[in-house]
Write a protein that binds this ligand. Structure first.
Ligand SMILES: [Zn+2]
Length: 331
């Protein structure tokens, strides 16, 4: 029993488990400690500490602390044996982040030998080589990732569990430009944008890790929120480095929490201008929710039918977009 317990805790480090649950922590002090908002009680200032080396947590807000099992007991209101059974069922792929990291690097290398990937990005208005490198943009031609990663020592089973390889044994991402999603400098997911006829958007299973590049964006006093990574790419390229992305219009609790955490900021929401007004309605709803936590929001209107990406592809310049921001209105 005790041995099983130790093995389980080694296979599934507390920090990995918390990240899978969308917990976002930043390094605190000496490397192995992280701090973030407490998942066990409501709070607006981070007081939940995780020591990755000791595999323990402690919250200065609610006074709870312990190991992975204790955390599961508290967060899911389970008994000790129930928590243990729950964790054993999770079947969490040990080293999954590792495989995704290696896949991201491999796809970046592939990008260089498949000119169709750069051609696609150029059609989508992204052409700055420094930005392409900064965003770690890669390309999945399909059909060669599985061999590469099994050569690196990953089992087929683990790659399938992690979603990089599909149940039929083929690569999950095929003819897609790939943008990795980072959290605390780790690749937590991969976004694949189809360059062909396949469904345009694809993520691997599991969380996407909060707002994109939140570490670099959170310090701005105004933040631009967009739907997609290609919207973000053209805006960063045009100098709007205060842009983040929620991978869609429906924010996860973590993403919402991030927008409302200190320091205070004004959020400019730039969702797609759909003809059926869906994007506008979602933006309104989000602005109202933000108002309830005292975060002022502005609704940005682009010319009809445009999203930030298509607006720039259609020839808009940074000054045009700045005008749209200027004309943005509160609720
Ligand atoms: Zn707490």
């Amino acid at each position: 029993m005790g041995e099983d317990l130790e093995k389980l805790k080694q296979q599934l480090p507390l920090l990995d488990y918390l990240r899978q649950q969308n917990w976002s922590g930043r390094p605190a002090g000496q490397g192995t400690e992280f701090v973030g908002l407490c998942p066990l009680h409501p709070e607006s200032r981070p007081s939940f500490y995780v020591n990755a080396r000791k595999n323990l947590f402690y919250c200065h807000g609610c006074g709870q602390g312990g190991d992975l099992i204790r955390f599961v007991e508290l967060s899911l209101d389970l008994s000790f044996p129930q928590s243990l059974a729950y964790l054993q069922q999770q079947g969490v792929p040990a080293g999954a982040a590792d495989a995704r990291e290696q896949a991201a690097v491999f796809y970046q290398q592939q990008f260089l030998c498949h000119p169709e990937a750069l051609r696609y990005l150029e059609q989508r208005g992204v052409h700055d080589p420094a930005l392409i490198e900064e965003l770690h943009i890669g390309y999945a031609p399909g059909g060669n990732l599985r061999r590469h990663l099994t050569n690196q020592g990953h089992s087929l089973e683990s790659l399938q569990r992690d979603g990089l390889v599909n149940p039929q044994g083929g690569d999950a991402l095929y003819r897609r430009v790939v943008l990795p999603c980072f959290q605390d400098r780790e690749v937590v997911n991969l976004y694949g944008r189809s360059i062909g006829a396949a469904f345009p958007h694809r993520f691997l299973p599991g969380p996407k890790g909060g707002l994109f590049a939140w570490d670099s964006v959170r310090h701005f006093s105004t933040v631009i929120l967009v739907e997609g990574l290609l919207d973000l790419a053209v805006l960063w390229q045009a100098g709007f480095r205060n842009t983040t992305c929620a991978f869609g219009t429906h924010l996860t609790p973590l993403q919402f929490q991030q927008l409302s955490e200190p320091p205070a900021r004004v959020v400019y929401i730039v969702f797609d201008q759909d003809e059926n007004q869906a994007g506008q309605r979602t933006a309104h709803h989000l602005a109202r929710c933000l108002a309830t936590v005292s975060v002022p929001a502005r609704l940005v209107e682009l010319p009809a039918g445009h999203d930030p990406n298509s607006y720039f592809v259609a020839g808009a310049a940074a000054a045009d977009f700045a005008d749209c921001l200027e004309g943005a209105h509160p609720l």
